[in-house]
Ligand binder design. Sequence first.
Ligand SMILES: Nc1ncnc2c1ncn2[C@@H]1O[C@H](COP(=O)(O)OP(=O)(O)OP(=O)(O)O)[C@@H](O)[C@H]1O
Ligand SMILES: [Mg+2]
Length: 404
Amino acid sequence: MPTINLNIPAGAFNPAFLPFLDTMGRYEIFYGGAGSGKSRFAAQKNIIKACRQRRKILVVRKVGRTLRDSVFAEIREVLTAWGLAEYCNVNKTDMTIELPNGSLFLFKGADDPEKIKSIQGLTDIWIEEATELTKADFTQLDLRLRAVKDPQLILTFNPVNVTHWIKKHFFDQDRGATILKTTYQDNRFLDPGYRELLENLKEEDFYFYQVYALGEWGTLGELILTNYVIEEYDTNPEYYKNVHSGLDFGFTMPAALCQIGERDGDLYVLDELYRAKLTNQELIDAVEALDHVKDYPIVADSAEPDRIKEFQQRGFKVTGAKKGKGYKKYAIDTLRRRKIHIHPRFVNFKNEIGAWQYKKTADGTVLEEPVEFNDHLMDALIYATEHLRAGPRKVKVGRFPGYW
Ligand SMILES: Nc1ncnc2c1ncn2[C@@H]1O[C@H](COP(=O)(O)OP(=O)(O)OP(=O)(O)O)[C@@H](O)[C@H]1O
Ligand SMILES: [Mg+2]
């Protein structure tokens, strides 16, 4: 078999991570602030392992649906950067990548434990955004690496909450884990705009600054919405009233859409989309690919009329959100009076609502203003529920299916 000589310069790595390239601890934890290079490094390290020996690597996130645009894309990006992609067998449908030496990358959601259980002979697991997993999810994965030579389980995440099980399990007790904390300061490849955004968090909010800029375990402040439950239910909009989607545009920051329906006075999240770096046409394609979104009205951020127009030209029922003075505060008041049901597969929605909080001044006074960070789906939620605040309905009865 021909040999591929892979020569990767040290400059391809961030120096903080380099000492961890060859370490083979059973548990390796790369945590810290946003944009520090954790995910990129985990991809690099796993690829190098897979090149050196025949490995079978499972890459996991909580929700299977989120794999394609994150970890699958990340692994492919590194393979391309290193000139390896052309030698690999990349199956986009099944999301598998086979290296010429037989090493294999598989991508699965922890929300589908049966699929994970059926995989034999794993040598490695990389859990991306590990704080999304429950401890039971983790235990299941850990068991998959029993009785294997040189097994390795890598966890990457932001330290979102000091009460998290990962903190108790790996930080408050000695499990022999290798732990590296990094922040944006450790990433020489970071976009300068993103660096500035993280530094500005210092003025904006202590919690987000703590977690995403400093990479420290967060202590949450005053949460805006706590009236929600995470549970399974049927997300087909046919079973709900007043179905609307809210759409918040983005590019560097993700574009976010959530579809909300009503039943017995409660609000139900029926779909979500959360993707960065999409052109408007790509975003329209992505929204079109969602099962039931195009059939129902969408209320979008009115700051971007051109984008709204392009959606309308593609046959979407989109209007611009009415934002008036103090609309957010009013919106929050109405949202607090409803119970919000969140299906566990809407992991981005769950993450945002769980950390959406009020600004706090340095002396600890809580202001009545939400922190403007990681709130894209919360903005979308506000748009999607505009009709709740509209008094007499502005949309004619029967104009759109599902609206009465
Ligand atoms: N070694 C590298 N070579 C080239 N680009 C890199 C490298 N490391 C990081 N980057 C780039 O820096 C950005 C942030 O890196 P990455 O996504 O790995 O950060 P992260 O720590 O996982 O962030 P988050 O906590 O938000 O998930 C990405 O755009 C990534 O491509
Ligand atoms: Mg990451």
